[in-house]
Design a protein around this ligand. Sequence first.
Ligand code: NAD
Length: 260
Amino acid sequence: MKLKDKVCIVTGAARGIGEGIARRFVAEGARVAIADLDLGAASETAKRLTATGPGSAFGVAMNVTDEDAVNAGVAAVVAKWGGVDVLVSNAGIQIVDKIEDYAFKDWKKLLAIHLDGAFLTTKACIPHMYRQKSGSVILMGSVHSKEASPLKSAYVTAKHGLLGLARVISKEGAEHGVRANVICPGFVKTPLVEKQIPEQAKELGISEDEVVDRIMLGETVDKEFTTIEDVAEVALLFAAFPTNALTGQSLVVSHGWHMD
Ligand code: NAD
């Protein structure tokens, strides 16, 4: 088992990609905190994952934009399990609109969840990692950390920003044995993406099939969606890598949509 007894915090893990990463970690023996907005949903997911074993999970209420809530959530994990080995900052939303119509409050909300969330959870976890002289911080980027698409000004800005944050964490964390890396998935069919298909069709004046074929999968090598399991496998690589050699990096998992 690659993560036996490792303490992992995955934000936005009640469903979607975060849940898939938590599931993969539990399968490798980890103890995983399912941190999400709604404690009920987080606890339900934790119960399901614990039943699959051999690791275990528990739910933690955490709005990643709220510093007190982040600090309290991380403190609860440390009180229960004694430290933090892996942070996956995954919570995220999508809001699509043309720049001229993009509400400033939506811009601020999206940047807060992706960027403030990554910063606050890292800030709360890193002292525990420094104390034990090891840790892995994984930020959930996107192909949109490397590419731009119309209608996604805030998302593309936030996802590019995470690359910078991961590089700084790598430089500051190195002497403490802490690594930081970014996962950059292509389109994965989760509620976040299902919601965009009709929205983009309406904004761009095309059919939903065209949104999938042309906008979402048009640049892939095989017209396939990336899966939650694909992304979870990359998360496991970053979480379990044994040395500081793999730090400050971003890995694109997108069926060749973006090639570095
Ligand atoms: P999702 O909508 O299925 O799940 C997101 C989860 O985050 C939900 O459980 C939600 O409750 C939680 N969340 C939202 N706001 C939160 C907050 N303020 N505090 C705590 N939790 C919060 O989305 P997903 O598709 O699984 O996306 C997860 C991450 O992967 C996001 O960062 C997203 O940008 C990124 N991503 C997704 C895709 C994709 O195609 N689905 C592609 C690339 C990157």
